[in-house]
Design a binder for this molecule. Structure first.
Ligand SMILES: [Zn+2]
Length: 62
């Protein structure tokens, strides 16, 4: 499974809560965070997920 497919599955698991009558409370049904939840935003942000995981990016020495 590619990284993009993995992110797509994560995004599918997280969606805005829906209650009877079509009303929503604005929370993610999966993790309970306010919609859009951080996980969904992360999974749907258009970027190369592998590129951002380079540890060198977090260790810039002045
Ligand atoms: Zn969520």
């Amino acid at each position: 499974m590619s990284a993009e497919e993995r992110l797509a599955r994560i995004a599918e698991a997280h969606h805005k809560s829906l209650y009877s009558g079509g009303l929503t409370d604005g929370d993610c049904s999966e993790c309970g965070w306010s919609w859009p939840c951080p996980t969904y935003v992360w999974a749907t942000t258009a970027r190369d997920p592998l590129a951002s995981w380079n540890p060198a990016d977090d260790e810039e020495t002045p």
